[in-house]
Design a protein around this ligand. Structure first.
Ligand code: PSV
Ligand code: MN
Ligand code: MN
Length: 388
C-alpha cells in the first residue's frame, strides 16, 4: 500500500539541502586524521565530489564554502565550474578559529587591532559572496574562556555587538548574516555565543538581515532542540540549520544516524512552523566523515533528511490537532508515532525512479566506479583536509 500521497510527494520536490565543502576533505579527531584515497586536493575537486551527491539524489543543489579553506584565486571561475556540474555555490563560512592572533578571541578580543583583523576577514568573505553569488555569511565563533575570572563576560558581549554591527553594515541588500551558537568547545568554561538566546539577542539587535543558525550538534545532551526550532520560527529568526548527529559532544556524524526520532521531531516543527521549503530557512549539513567514504556519507545524509521529512509530512495533522484539543494524550502521541514508524522507503524509491533517478542512489553511486576513478586520478599533491 502506498503511504505517501501525491501532495506529500509534491512537497518533497522542493527539498534542497546544502552540502559543506569540508565534508569531502579528510577529517578526524585530535588523535588521528585518517586519509582516504581520492580525497580532493583543492576546492574544485571538493565541488566535483559534491556534484556527485546531487547527481544521484537531486537533493543538494548548492555547496557551502569555508574561507580560507576554500580560498581560490578566481571565484568566478569556481562558480562557473560548479554551475557546469549542475550545482551552485552557497553559504560562505568565515573562519576565525585557526589563527594565533585569535587565541583570546576575534570579534570579542580586548585588542582593537585583533578585532579589526577579524572584522576585515568577514568583509572579505562578503566580497567573495558577491563573486560566488552567495546569499548567506555564516559566522561561528570559537571564542570564550577556560577559567572563571579569565575574561570580562559583559565586555566581550558588548564588543561582539560592535564587531557584528560593522560586518552587518557591509552586507549587500540581498545578503544575510547567520550567527551560529555552540555551548562549548574549544572554550570550556564560557563561550561568547553559547545558546540560541544569545544568538537571537545579538542578531535581533542588528536587523532583518541577521538570523540564527541552529547546528543540531551544539546543545547540551537532553536539550529539546525542536522546541528551539519552534521558538525561532515563531520569532521569524531561524535562518539556517547545520544538520548532523551526535552521541556525546559535537560529533558531526551523519544526520539521523544517532537519533532518527529527534530528526523527525525537528522536521515536524519545521513544517508546523512554516520553515519547510521556505527560502528564509536554509537546510545545510555540517558533518565530517572521519572513517567512512565521504561521498556515500553525504548521499546517506541527504536521503536520511528526505526520509524523515516524508515521515513528518505524513502526520495526520487534523487528527493530531483534534486529539490535542480534546486532551487525548495517548491518542495524540499515537498519531505522531504512527507517522514516525511508517516505512516510506519503498514509496521514495518508486518516486525517484519515476523522476529518472536511481531507486537506490547509494547502490547506483557505488556501481558508477567514481571512487575508484578518483583514487587513481588524484595522486600527488596535498589532500584537502578539515582546515586545508
Ligand atoms: C563548529 O563546531 C562548526 O559547527 C561551525 O559550523 C564550523 O564552521 C564548522 O563546525 C566547521 O566544521
Ligand atoms: Mn556548524
Ligand atoms: Mn560544530
Amino acid at each position: 500500500m502506498s503511504t505517501l500521497t501525491p501532495e506529500i510527494l509534491g512537497e518533497l520536490e522542493h527539498q534542497a539541502i546544502e552540502l559543506p565543502s569540508w565534508a569531502f576533505g579528510n577529517s578526524g579527531t585530535r588523535f588521528k586524521v585518517f586519509s582516504t584515497p581520492g580525497t580532493p586536493r583543492d576546492p574544485f575537486e571538493k565541488i566535483a565530489d559534491a556534484a556527485q551527491v546531487n547527481r544521484y539524489t537531486h537533493l543538494s543543489p548548492t555547496v557551502a564554502l569555508h574561507i580560507p579553506w576554500d580560498k581560490v584565486d578566481n571565484y568566478i571561475r569556481l562558480r562557473a565550474y560548479a554551475e557546469d556540474l549542475g550545482v551552485s555555490l552557497g553559504t560562505v563560512n568565515s573562519n576565525t578559529f585557526q589563527d594565533d592572533d585569535y587565541k583570546f578571541g576575534a570579534l570579542t578580543h580586548e585588542d582593537a587591532a585583533v578585532r579589526r583583523k577579524a572584522i576585515d576577514h568577514h568583509l572579505e568573505c562578503i566580497e567573495i559572496m558577491h563573486q560566488t553569488g552567495s546569499r548567506d555569511l555564516k559566522i561561528w565563533l570559537a571564542e570564550g574562556s577556560n577559567y572563571p575570572g579569565q575574561a570580562d563576560l559583559r565586555g566581550r558581549q558588548d564588543r561582539l555587538h560592535e564587531s557584528l554591527s560593522e560586518i552587518y553594515a557591509g552586507l549587500g541588500d540581498e545578503q544575510r548574516l547567520v550567527l551560529e551558537y555552540k555551548f562549548f568547545e574549544p572554550a570550556f568554561y564560557h563561550t561568547d555565543v553559547p545558546d540560541w538566546g544569545t544568538s537571537y539577542v545579538q542578531v535581533a539587535a542588528l536587523g532583518d538581515k541577521a538570523m540564527v543558525c541552529l547546528d543540531t550538534g551544539h546543545h547540551a545532551p537532553g536539550t529539546n532542540i525542536e522546541f528551539i526550532v519552534m521558538q525561532l520560527l515563531r520569532l521569524g529568526k531561524l535562518g539556517s540549520f547545520d544538520f548532523n548527529s551526535r552521541f556525546y559532544a559535537d560529533d558531526d556524524l551523519i544526520v539521523g544516524a544517532a537519533d532518527p526520532f529527534q530528526l523527525f521531531r525537528i522536521l515536524y516543527e519545521v513544517i508546523r512552523g512554516g520553515g519547510y521549503a521556505n527560502p528564509d530557512v536554509a537546510f545545510m549539513l555540517d558533518q565530517c566523515h572521519n572513517i567512512e567514504d565521504k561521498i556515500p556519507g553525504q548521499i546517506r545524509s541527504v536521503l536520511n533528511v528526505q526520509e524523515m521529512t516524508a515521515r513528518a509530512l505524513s502526520i495526520d495533522t487534523e487528527a493530531l490537532a483534534a486529539a490535542q484539543k480534546s486532551g487525548d494524550v495517548l491518542g495524540a502521541n499515537a498519531i505522531f508515532m504512527d507517522a514516525f514508524y511508517t516505512d516510506v522507503r519503498p514509496d521514495l524509491a518508486a518516486w525517484r525512479e519515476s523522476r529518472g533517478l536511481p531507486a537506490d542512489p547509494m547502490a547506483a553511486f557505488a556501481a558508477s566506479g567514481y571512487l575508484q576513478r578518483i583514487a587513481e586520478e588524484r595522486v600527488g599533491g596535498v589532500q584537502a583536509g578539515w582546515g586545508a
